[in-house]
Ligand binder design. Structure first.
Ligand code: ADP
Ligand code: MG
Length: 699
């Protein structure tokens, strides 16, 4: 029965191979079940229309009925846009399109009646619509106006493949009808009854195709509860398993390597916070249980060094250690800085990333397996099965938010007894979130920066301040400082973004000419060798300005760089801005962060920029970030990479989260292996949905 849910999405009526490909690529939707769990982010009342004259606020979705009275393409090349004049009997409003101009221009005709749907925004005192949905009045009227018409997040690529929100809605409707009567329950009856939950099938029908507001609310509540409950239960089971079943290596010795390094080679003294945290970790690594600890500390607080000290303890106890970073650049940087720290010590450090040459790989892998290598630094590629250790004792994972529970669990399998795990994150995490995302971890916090750091001064400039910006940059360079200029390149394949970057680079080269100035550029499409070369020149102080995309976002450490210019700052999320700003303010000099933006700012972007200018405190920023992001802000949630929740919102659904967590704790303590008959559905859920997770003792 459940097999039907595993049917490939291409077989659904109205999909086919091409659209299936797009759904997979853009949303990760592969099966019927995946589509079923692709929930609308909002519902609107399609029986209501707003008059153009009556539009009075931004950021609410509305419907307008009217006629296209003109259209015009403005600007050329990548910067061009299509402005459509749209009118009803009360006024005229602009519909502005920045992407897919050709397709849109061809499908929207002057003189024809349409119903448009979107969020108005204020621009130079007038309202307009950016990228509204539109539909001919005729086709609109052909349908019964829905009171709760679902809206699904779609990307530009999806729209170009005729997969707009409406198309998705048609598909989910088809699917729900087809699966009627065979959608299985995932929660045990006693839970459904105790919490008065709607059945899964009923909830899925309602979420895609609501009939009444009450039923929709109940459906949402059920699906949120389910989502949060399974997440919490997974954490609890992992934690129990670790505490009760798992043996951990006992690191009793603090020996020669640690002591030599600490007393002879450590170039500065540890901060109090670093000392405290090292102590906590040391104690945790000799309890006989596996350590699974989160190390939180703001950017620049010196987490890498803590990681290194712990790795030395592992080596002192006869084990290997590894450090995993989210990007190649960061892995390389860790490699070089660790090699430098350990230059005079008899410790064998290696680097393994996706771009390590086959030849070199062939040397490294056996040395790792026979124990010649003591420390290996790398990226995700270290998780591959081919990578085998002689005796892995500690795994340090840097910048955690890009690693999930399952990836952590993957490292557990790298030794017969799972290695200790230390997860380091620079994104300060509000408590609710910590409880949600890292519910299975213990926590240490570095709440102090190394001495002598001055808070970074942050200012916001509109584009017309560019000349002043250049003057300021020149002055900083004349004082020997180095500068980052960062462009958004959220999606490395976006040609438009790359063009922005190249244009920016050229204007900087014009403004800061050779031989007086040296400029570097780094982006995702460079060959790794070229990237390294440019990074290296910047690190060694040869280049004055590093123009780059967000590839430098995490962890890069050049203390002499004191200015961070962020272009199109409005396009970055708060935590990303904070991360970027953390690249400066590492030396003793006063540092600056300059947020450049266009005039056209959404309310949210404004709040983000104001928050950045107001505070340097990572925790405050994380809270603000969490408050800003509403449910269904798909782009935002995706970008943050923090959470992979489909429907629940950890801020707004805190009450449900607590309930789900309490239940998860109860179930996991009363039935540690989910072996009781009444919990059969729960066990089945994990076997089916988390097969890669090694709760081997559960299933
Ligand atoms: P993050 O916590 O962001 O990973 P890093 O580990 O990159 O921070 O450290 C930032 C910089 O501070 C590095 O140059 C590092 O060598 C330096 N540093 C770390 N600990 C101390 C300390 N106790 N005193 C002075 N500098 C330190
Ligand atoms: Mg770091």
């Amino acid at each position: 029965m459940s097999n039907l849910l595993d049917t490939k999405i291409e077989f659904l009526k109205g999909v086919g191979t091409k659209k299936a490909e797009v759904l997979k690529k853009e949303l990760g939707i592969i099966t019927y079940a995946d589509l079923l769990e692709y929930y609308p982010y909002r519902y609107i009342d399609k029986s209501k229309y707003v008059k153009i004259k009556e539009i009075a606020s931004e950021d609410v979705y509305i419907q307008v009925k009217g006629k296209v009275v003109g259209k015009e393409q403005i600007g050329i090349g990548a910067k061009s846009r299509l402005v459509v004049k749209f009118s009803d009997e009360t006024g005229i409003i602009d519909l502005v399109f920045f992407k897919g101009l050709k397709w849109i221009s061809e499908s929207i005709n002057i003189g024809q009646n349409y119903v448009i749907f979107g969020k108005p925004s204020l621009f130079n005192g007038d309202y307009n619509f950016a990228h509204p949905d539109f539909e001919t009045l005729i086709s609109h009227q052909a349908q019964e106006p829905e009171k709760f018409s679902p809206l699904y997040f779609t990307s530009e690529k999806m729209k170009n493949s005729y997969l707009n929100s409406k198309a998705i809605s048609r598909l989910t409707k088809t699917l729900v009808a087809q699966l009627s009567g065979i959608i299985q329950e995932t929660l045990p009856r006693y839970i459904i009854e105790e919490y008065h939950l709607l059945s899964r099938e009923h909830s899925l029908k309602q979420i895609h195709y609501p009939t009444t507001p009450e039923a929709l609310n109940q459906a949402k509540a059920r699906l949120k509860f389910e989502e949060l409950f399974f997440m919490q239960l997974e954490h609890q089971l992992m934690k129990n398993f670790r505490i009760e079943k798992s043996q951990g290596f006992v690191f009793n010795i603090v020996g020669e390597n640690f002591n030599n390094f600490y007393h002879k080679y450590l170039p500065f003294s540890l901060t109090n916070a670093q000392q405290r945290v090292v102590k906590e970790i040391r104690q945790d690594m000799r309890t006989g249980h596996q350590m699974n600890r989160l190390l939180q500390g703001d950017v620049g607080s010196g987490k890498t060094l803590v990681g290194l000290l712990c790795m030395l303890i592992a080596i002192d106890n006869g084990f290997q250690a590894t450090m995993i970073a989210p990007t190649e650049i960061l892995a390389q940087q860790h490699f070089f800085s660790l090699k430098k720290f350990l230059a005079d010590m008899p410790i064998n450090v290696a680097l393994l990333t996706g771009s390590t040459k086959q030849k070199e790989r062939k040397l490294i892998l056996p040395e790792l397996e026979n124990g010649t290598i003591n420390i290996i630094i790398g990226t995700h590629s270290l998780l591959e099965d081919k990578v085998k250790f002689f005796n892995l004792g500690l795994c340090v994972i840097d910048e955690q938010h890009r690693f999930g529970v399952e990836q952590r669990a993957k490292m557990w399998t790298k030794n017969h007894t799972p290695p200790h795990i230390l997860v380091m994150t620079a994104t300060p995490i509000p408590r609710t979130l910590a409880m949600t995302v890292y519910g299975d971890l213990d926590c240490s916090v570095i709440d102090e920066l190394p001495p002598g750091r001055k808070p970074v001064q942050t200012v916001h400039f509109y584009d017309n301040f560019r000349l002043r910006l250049f003057a300021f940059m020149r002055k900083q360079i004349s004082q020997g400082r180095q500068i980052y200029v960062v462009y958004p390149l959220i999606n490395e394949s976006e040609k438009l973004d790359l063009k922005d970057l190249m244009d920016g680079y050229e204007s900087i080269v014009r403004e800061f000419p050779l031989p007086e100035y040296q400029i570097s550029i780094v982006h995702g499409q460079l060959k790794p060798e070229d990237k390294d070369y440019e990074m290296d020149r910047f690190k060694r102080g040869i280049t004055n300005i590093m123009v780059s995309t967000t590839v430098i976002e995490v962890g890069v450490d050049v203390p002499n760089a004191s200015v961070m210019v962020i272009e199109n700052a409005e396009r970055f999320g708060l935590s990303q801005l904070h991360q970027l700003r953390g690249r400066v303010g590492r030396g003793a000099d006063q540092s600056y962060c300059i947020l450049m933006s266009s005039y056209k700012l959404s309310n949210e972007a404004k709040t983000r920029i104001e928050t950045m200018c107001k505070t340097n405190d990572g925790f405050e920023i994380a809270e603000a970030d969490l408050q800003l992001r509403g449910p269904g802000d798909m782009a935002g949630t995706k970008q943050s990479g923090l959470l992979d929740l489909k429907i629940a919102d950890i801020v707004k659904d805190e009450a449900i989260l607590k309930m789900a967590r309490n239940l998860a704790i109860l179930v996991s303590t009363q039935d540690k292996e989910l072996s009781k008959p009444e919990n059969y559905l729960l066990k089945q859920y994990f076997q089916k949905n988390k097969p890669q997770t090694d709760f081997s003792k559960i299933s």
